[in-house]
Design a protein around this ligand. Structure first.
Ligand code: EPU
Length: 423
């Protein structure tokens, strides 16, 4: 069993580069299904989830060539892709659900195993299903599979989402681009990753208005064509580096990032006492004191991202003062707090809220990452804890952070990868 061993106390200094976003590239890969022929995606992160999605596309009949040295994917989509996404892949990655919309739109059928993925809450699919039904698809659930079919071409529909769900917006959007007529998605998600997929779909010939707003208007077209598209930078990886600089009292320049995608998180770091400088291709974060506690409320974009919540709890756990952290998206994301407590953090949770009282010191201990961002939060806490922190559940971290260990080492961190027995 692989673990990360982090020995705290080093100030991180230097420069890092951010790859393309996990939460965009997986959807871009699914979107290629909408057009036969060879599409190319660049700025592809070298993470496990990309391999899982590549395997899923291969099973649907696509040729997938991943050149990790060039961060490029070439996906050759057949005239008639298969339509079944099996449990053995879907259970490893919830994002597999994003093939649902493109398959129903393109081949009139999709059998997708109900997803597993991160252990961070119930994560329903009702809005995905409702959106597809409004467009004329029949959707049922049998033996652990979501079965969607459409005898004829999907028809346009107006959908008002109860909540600006990222996944539901993507499913409905990817179905609507090939539907007959003009569809509207109101209260749509407007994360930078949604803008990215809209841009790619536009490059394929889709007609989409209102990109980046909460109302998307999509005029369906008869067919789309392949495209070459560069993945938007990963704002969550960039934000994780920003917290790494702040928590260690370091000085880190992050390249290949878009500071405007992280406005609130960077402002919070400034409130915590960091100096934050925007650069043309990223930003620089410096910290020369113990951070001050900062309250956080997670919300859909442009609010504070839930995917940076554990990292900020880690920061608050060593800050001066107390902070109230409110989690509005994933109820189980506070499970990570129990692990942080093993390092001596003082965090109390009550429903959606966590009260974090800063301690002057954490102390290293074995801990378990329960999802990607919990893993990032634990590594960050380990960087400041006295002694050695052994992080189990490394597979979760590998799903979202490419080359984390060498990048941290290059900034001066004392971290290594090993097996549970040799560390
Ligand atoms: N929801 C429903 N019904 C639906 C859809 C969503 O109840 O039909 C609920 C979910 O249960 C959840 C909330 O709405 O409580 C938010 O879900 P959303 O659909 O917005 O999120 P997602 O598409 O499942 C993506 C990212 C997450 C990220 C969220 C929010 C991917 C693969 N995942 O999830 O990323 O936290 O958006 O920004 O894009 C991560 O990277 O660590 C991660 C979990």
């Amino acid at each position: 069993m692989e673990v990360l061993r982090v020995t705290g106390g080093q100030r991180l200094t230097g420069e890092v580069s951010v790859p393309g976003a996990k939460n965009s590239v997986l959807k871009l890969m699914a979107a290629t299904l909408l057009a036969p022929g060879v599409s190319t995606i660049t700025n592809v992160p070298g993470i496990l989830d990309v391999e899982i999605m590549a395997e899923l596309l291969r099973r649907l009949g696509c040729g997938v060539e991943h050149r990790s040295d060039e961060a490029t994917l070439r996906i050759d989509v057949p005239e008639r892709p298969d339509h079944r996404a099996d449990y053995d892949l879907v259970r490893r990655m919830r994002a597999s659900i994003c093939v649902l919309g493109p398959l129903v739109a393109r081949v009139g059928a999709a059998d997708v195993a109900l997803p597993g993925g991160d252990n961070i809450g119930s994560r329903g699919l009702d809005m995905h299903v409702d959106g597809l039904r409004r467009m004329g698809a029949e959707v049922t659930s049998e033996h652990g599979y979501l079965l969607a079919s459409a005898r004829n071409r999907l028809t346009s529909a107006e959908t008002w989402l109860d909540f600006p769900s990222v996944g539901a917006t993507e499913t409905i959007l990817m179905a609507a681009v090939l539907a007959d007529g003009t569809s509207v998605i109101d209260n749509a998600a407007r994360e930078p990753e949604i803008v990215d997929i809209c841009r790619m779909l536009q490059g394929m010939g889709a007609q989409i208005d209102g990109v980046g707003t909460s109302t998307l208007r999509i005029e369906g077209v008869d067919e789309l064509h392949p495209v070459e598209h560069a993945t938007v930078p990963d704002r969550i990886v960039a934000g994780t580096w920003a917290v790494a600089a702040a928590i260690t009292g370091g000085d880190v320049t992050v390249h290949g990032a878009q500071a405007d995608h992280l406005s609130i998180a960077l402002e919070k770091l400034a409130t915590a006492g960091a100096s934050v400088e925007s650069l043309p291709d990223g930003f620089r974060v410096r910290m020369d004191r113990r951070p001050a506690a900062v309250d956080i409320v997670t919300l859909p974009y442009p609010g504070f991202p839930t995917d940076l919540q554990p990292q900020f709890i880690a920061l608050n756990s060593v800050a001066e003062g107390a902070a109230l952290v409110t989690e509005n998206l994933f109820e189980a994301r506070f499970r990570f707090v129990q692990e942080l407590a093993r390092l001596g953090a003082d965090v109390r949770t009550d429903g959606h809220h966590a009260l974090v009282r800063g301690r002057s010191m954490l102390s290293g201990a074995p801990v378990e990452a329960t999802d990607i961002r919990a893993g990032a939060g634990l590594v960050l806490a380990g960087l400041i804890a006295e002694g050695t922190t052994t992080v189990y559940g490394v597979g979760h971290i590998d799903r979202g952070y490419a080359g984390l260990v060498p990048a941290l080492q290059s900034l001066g961190a004392d971290i290594e990868r090993g097996t549970a027995t040799d560390v």
